[in-house]
Design a protein around this ligand. Structure first.
Ligand SMILES: O=C(O)CCC(=O)C(=O)O
Ligand SMILES: [Fe+2]
Length: 573
């Protein structure tokens, strides 16, 4: 519910009639006096609003006294360090402070070898001992994240990284009441009212499989009885009276966790960054598609599924925004709306704080990573972005269009970017270049990873140093794969960090499951995934763009192994 907009709750007798109403009315125009307004409907499945708590979740009310609450709040000195300045920049939505170990929002993990000088504040110890005595935990936590939310702020839905923390998470709520939503991968949503001074214990399924998050808003819908006693969800509308709005205030939470020394072996591998999805069999190389449905299938298997499978590792190699992309973003006037189509882990979404940046990506795992980092992102195919025509001042498409497997689909992707632009708006497109040498200069991709020396350096230091040209780098995994020539029209597998000899190919990604390189060498070989690429020849991107009406190429250039264009959408005459 956007602030200051009128809204109403309407109850339908059956789900079918609710769906019908939604179908016919949502987005419809209404006359309101002289003015036309648009009516939007959201569908709330009341069945799930009052569902039982997720398995493994426990809410302990009045866990701390009002005095303890004051002491705990007083123990956090928000002015003492500049770390919240950094965190705030990344998180936007709340203040945060870490004790014991820093939780890093860039890779959603902790550096287990680098404890913070300050351990957990002493004032927490009696409470934690009480948690052990009461059987909520059986081992003392060694990491604390304190979050402070003003009214209107929240935390995106996430699962606390399995490989970082042990099973049980404790979240102590201080100050104002809020509602935390738990979401199951099957779509069930369970809102849980968290009163001040309560302790939420997340174990098992509720910790490993369900996401938890707090929607940023100023009011929550809570059962009336929750305002009086502070009982949690599980009420039934019919038998327990009605819902009411509860105004949010400032809430401070203390989340206690235990660092996990070994990889996670939970029973939920689909949500587990230690276990990941099962490694695919080495592909019997597919052929170039000959019809649209083949193309979609090829991309499904050799692009979408791969990004979902490698999302965590991929994201951990994507730190540094490319300078010329940043420059483009810095030229946008304050208040501009930018959409990053194929935003990956969102590394460009926070570059220019003066603009409104929204990202979308085909990989829900990458979108989740964006959300965890506090960015606006949604799952979408680059060929059909659910945003209004002419709604954006700028679009970027960085290292995306080369993943489309036919000329028609690459053209459709450019058309879609142009459709989103307002007249006068600009789009920046980067695609991987066939020519990795330009003006007699080898691209960094070839240079950085060609030499044996570099291989040795990376390996011996266990370096996870991000490559500056990451679309081609599987993070120092310098073992070349066997080159497979094109046979029977099949796609060849590229040898990493060598020149290309064909335009359509599969590029291997050596998955490292959050492990250090030297550890990895001693264990089984990293699973290899293959991504489809169409690498562009000089002039090809411009030719593609020339087929799109209402747009002109303002600039085109080669940037370290990529062909790049800046497009301008022209006014319609
Ligand atoms: O504010 C809360 O209770 C939850 C915080 C949280 O989920 C986190 O920091 O991972
Ligand atoms: Fe969390």
């Amino acid at each position: 519910m956007p602030p200051h907009k009128p809204y109403a709750f309407v109850t339908y007798r059956s789900q079918e009639s609710a769906q019908k109403a939604h179908f016919h009315l949502n987005g419809g125009k209404l006359m309101c006096g002289e003015n036309g307004v648009t009516l939007y409907l959201s569908f709330i499945d009341s069945g799930s609003v009052f569902a039982p708590l997720p398995d493994g979740l426990l809410l302990v009310e009045d866990f701390v006294s009002a005095e303890e609450e004051v002491q705990l709040m007083a123990a956090i000195d928000w002015s003492s360090s500049n770390d919240e300045v950094i965190a705030q920049k990344a998180l936007k939505h709340r203040r945060v402070k870490h004790f014991g170990f820093e939780f890093r929002y860039d890779n959603n993990n902790v550096d287990k070898d680098e404890p913070l000088p300050a351990g957990l504040p002493d004032v927490c110890l009696p409470l934690l001992e009480r948690c052990i005595k009461d059987g909520y935990i059986d081992i003392m936590p060694d990491q604390l994240t304190v979050n402070q939310y003003q009214s209107g702020q929240g935390i995106p839905p996430h699962v606390d990284t399995h490989s970082a923390f042990e099973d049980t998470l404790l979240s102590l709520s201080l100050g104002a009441r809020t509602v935390m939503e738990f979401r199951h991968p099957d779509g069930r949503v369970v809102p849980v009212v968290l009163p001040g001074r309560s302790l939420l214990v997340m174990k098992g399924e509720s910790r490993y499989l369900w996401t938890h998050g707090i929607t940023p808003r100023k009011f929550d819908m809570v059962p009336v009885c929750d305002l009086k006693s502070s009982t949690h969800s599980g009420h039934d509308l019919e038998t327990n009276g009605s819902l009411t709005l509860s105004k949010r205030g400032t809430r401070t939470s203390f989340t206690f966790r235990k660092i996990r020394p070994e990889p996670c072996r939970c029973a939920f591998p689909s949500a587990c960054d230690s276990q990941g999805p099962p490694a695919p069999l080495p592909p019997s190389p597919p052929a170039l598609p000959s019809c649209p449905s083949d193309a979609a299938r090829l991309e499904q298997e050799f692009v979408h599924q791969v990004y979902d499978a490698i999302a965590y590792h991929f994201s951990s190699t994507r730190h540094s925004p490319w300078p010329r992309v940043c420059h483009f973003l810095s030229t946008l006037t304050p208040g501009s709306v930018l959409v990053d189509v194929g935003c990956g882990n969102g590394k460009y979404l926070g570059v220019n704080p003066e603009i409104t940046a929204v990202g979308c990506d085909r990989s829900s795992a990458l979108v989740q990573i964006c959300a965890d980092r506090g960015f606006n992102a949604f799952v979408s195919d680059a060929l059909s972005v659910p945003l209004r025509t002419a709604s954006c001042d700028a679009c970027i498409s960085i290292a995306v269009i080369h993943h489309l497997s036919t000329q028609e689909r690459r053209l459709a992707a450019v058309r879609e970017l142009v459709r989103l632009l307002k007249p006068g708006g600009r789009a920046l497109i980067y695609v991987w270049a066939f020519e990795q040498e330009h003006n007699k200069q080898k691209s960094k991709y070839l240079k950085d990873h060609n030499g044996k020396q570099n291989l040795i350096k990376n390996t011996s230091e266990g370096s996870q140093e991000p490559c500056e040209y990451p679309s081609k780098c599987s993070d120092g995994a310098c073992t070349p794969t066997d080159y497979m020539p094109v046979t029977d029209g099949k796609l060849s597998v590229h040898t990493n960090r060598t020149a290309f000899n064909t335009q359509d190919l599969l590029v291997p990604w050596h998955l490292k499951e959050g492990k250090r390189q030297e550890e990895k060498l001693e264990t089984s070989p990293a699973p290899v995934f293959h991504r489809f690429y169409h690498v562009f020849q000089q002039g090809e991107l411009e030719q593609l763009c020339a087929q799109v009406s209402q747009v002109k190429v303002l600039r085109s250039y080669h940037d370290q192994g990529n062909w790049c264009v800046i497009l301008l959408k022209e006014e319609l005459h």
